[in-house]
Write a protein that binds this ligand. Sequence first.
Ligand code: URA
Length: 237
Amino acid sequence: MERLDKSLASQGLGSRKEVHALIKSGRVTVDGEICKKPEQKLDAEKAEICVDGKQIGTDKYIYIMMNKPAGVVCATKDNTDKTVLDILPPEFRRRGLFPAGRLDKDTEGLLIITNDGDFAHKMLSPKKHVDKQYVAELDGEITDSMIKSFENGIVFADGTKCLPAKLERIDKCKAKVTICEGKYHQVKKMFLSCSVKVVHLQRISIGNLYLDSNLPTGSCKKLTKLDKELIFMGKIY
Ligand code: URA
């Protein structure tokens, strides 16, 4: 048997103090009944604990798709900005969560948040060649020579060489970019080395897992087993 406050805190729902406030506010139910007693004893394996009507998970690992909004940072903690973990709804919270890979503060789109380090490593390692696709809006036109440069592997001013990437024109100043590595500010720097600036960037896929077009910006959903497999599946189309 475990106290309700301890159980919620161990699920990453906040500090003991924050969890007390949550319980006292009447937003927590245990087996369908509002429980305002932090000291309530329960069997954490069996009790159905909900916050705002949504059940708190107990799986060891969780894999979350977030449609990241601009303005939040991909970090577990930050002294000035809101992080992607700060905007997670209570039912997704756990100890040990982290964003698997970074999108810049102003980049939007597909982000995976998990507490499974091995999974994240596999997804991010350039050796695994998991493609990431982005839609970039630019302040200049896409030329055929830019497409060739991406194909040959862009070299940054400091000599860093990128692996070959695919650049596809969507329209004059909008392109789809496919890369299989994750250097710091990579897409923006690749375009800058061709003298154009990215004015908007959105990640749309990782492997064959695409951002769910029904997922509003700032929202999350749990990945299914198939979603996870799609990340590592070779090209299927
Ligand atoms: N490349 C960038 O420049 N920014 C991102 O957020 C992701 C890829």
